[in-house]
Design a protein. Structure first.
Length: 180
């Protein structure tokens, strides 16, 4: 290692980037935080919006989930999912809304973050395959974008400012106390 490989604090520079490796490591730890906050807030908002909209939770009528499901049934990728939702549109509406709130809160606080992200991805996948499948061109449909946005959080979890990170740190300290 040459003198040029060290930064002013004595840390090793990230190879080829001209910045200290510690700075690069810190930046990568924060990289998913904006995505986590955006998806968490958006899903909480979406769930609360659904629960507070009496028209959405109705089985039929203008603005209802039942009416929406009937209108997309023949153009969805998996009509059997729509048929399942149509058996109880109100129950399905509550399930989606509560699922969005649970996923959103868990994502924001970083509790079972990978599982929450997986749940968000499943909700987005189901909406893409049913409600927004027929959107032309595909990039106008937002459910596909949400599905893809959840994937980095499924893979990486929430390693910063999260309950998961606090639990992992506590386990690490506990393990050191016991196993020395």
């Amino acid at each position: 290692m040459t003198h040029a490989d060290l930064d002013r604090t004595g840390g090793r520079r990230a190879e080829g980037l001209g910045e200290p490796a510690s700075l690069r490591g810190a930046a990568s730890r924060y990289a998913l935080l904006p995505l986590r906050i955006f998806l968490g807030v958006t899903f909480v908002y979406a769930g609360v919006d659904k629960l507070t909209d009496p028209a959405f939770l109705a089985a039929s009528g203008s603005g209802s989930l039942g009416e929406l499901m009937r209108s997309v049934r023949d153009s969805s990728a998996i009509p059997v999912l729509v048929d399942l939702a149509l058996k109880s549109p109100t129950g399905f509406g509550y399930a989606i809304a509560i699922g969005e709130i649970v996923v959103g809160v868990a994502t924001l606080i970083g509790f079972f973050a990978r599982l929450a992200a997986f749940g968000g991805a499943l909700i987005s996948l189901s909406l893409w395959l049913t409600v927004s499948w027929q959107t032309e061109p595909y990039y106008y449909g937002n459910d596909l974008v949400y599905l893809i946005a959840w994937l980095p959080l499924v893979l990486a979890g929430a390693s910063l400012l999260s309950i998961d990170a606090a639990i992992a740190a506590r386990r690490g300290r506990w393990g050191k106390q016991i196993y020395g």
